[in-house]
Design a protein around this ligand. Structure first.
Ligand SMILES: Nc1nc2c(ncn2[C@@H]2O[C@H](COP(=O)(O)OP(=O)(O)OP(=O)(O)O)[C@@H](O)[C@H]2O)c(=O)[nH]1
Ligand SMILES: C=C(OP(=O)(O)O)C(=O)O
Length: 217
């Protein structure tokens, strides 16, 4: 079903995904070595843009909102028509997500989720598949290592209650979230290191990340 929305009548189906991004100069520190700061900023931006572009196309996603106070990222996403909420308070990842969740739910947003920004191989179809498997349950998708979380979904009309950070998969499980354990490898391949990037490349990187790396994919 396609939800018809106006400013005053938010969608009553589909999830609004918050995509958090810290300031570029502090992001993805393990991808900086050997790349130079300009190349590093461009790569982190490209990966985030590929992630957001794939998420916006996914079935079951009603909207994507970036949470970031980085000026360059804010300009880049705004130019693509993606809303950007600044961090408030500037108190780390979970605080940024809680703020985004409060802003969206104050607007009457039906359901909120959080998607990591470092999924440059993300396929819309796999995200849509995972959303279908979630149903209306509080749910999370673990990363490939099983330690981290790539996607967290609140129940409709419920707070997101994010618990990202070391061991977040276990923390989200303990918070009552259902594990999304399907064959959606592109949704599980977050990129923190060069080895992760090589692994994501085997799945198929998005166009901006590929171009940034000089790949013809
Ligand atoms: N808006 C916002 N996003 C954050 C904040 N801290 C982390 N993030 C984002 O959350 C995700 C996971 O963050 P981290 O694991 O701390 O950092 P990282 O950039 O992935 O990489 P490392 O430098 O390797 O730690 C990344 O996409 C970050 O950009 C924050 O304070 N505010
Ligand atoms: C913060 C998280 O991600 P990362 O893999 O970037 O540490 C997490 O998975 O909870």
């Amino acid at each position: 079903m396609v939800a018809v929305t106006t400013e005053n009548t938010p969608a009553t189906d589909g999830v609004h995904l918050l995509v958090p991004l810290k300031p570029l100069t502090r992001a993805k520190s393990r991808l900086l070595a050997g790349r130079g700061s300009a190349g590093h900023l461009e790569l982190v931006t490209a990966m985030a843009m590929d992630t957001v572009a794939a998420a916006r196309r996914a079935r079951g996603v009603a909207g994507v909102v970036v949470v970031s106070s980085d000026p360059a990222l804010t300009a880049a996403f705004t130019a693509l028509g993606v809303e950007v909420l600044p961090d408030h308070p500037a108190d780390g990842l979970n605080a940024a997500l809680r703020h985004g969740d409060e802003v969206l739910r104050a607007r009457g947003t039906f359901r909120v989720g959080a998607l990591q920004a470092d999924l440059p191989a993300l396929r819309s179809g796999e995200l849509g598949w995972a959303l279908r498997a979630a149903g209306t349950d509080r749910s999370y998708c673990p990363d490939l290592s099983g330690d981290g979380t790539t996607l967290l979904l609140a129940e409709p009309d419920q707070p997101l209650d994010p618990r990202f950070g070391p061991g977040s998969a276990e923390a989200h499980g303990e918070s009552g979230a259902k594990t999304l354990a399907g064959p959606w490898e592109s949704l599980r391949r977050d990129v923190d290191t060069e080895a992760d990037l090589a692994s994501a490349r085997t799945v198929g990187l998005g166009p901006r990340t590929s171009a940034r790396l000089g790949l013809g994919e």
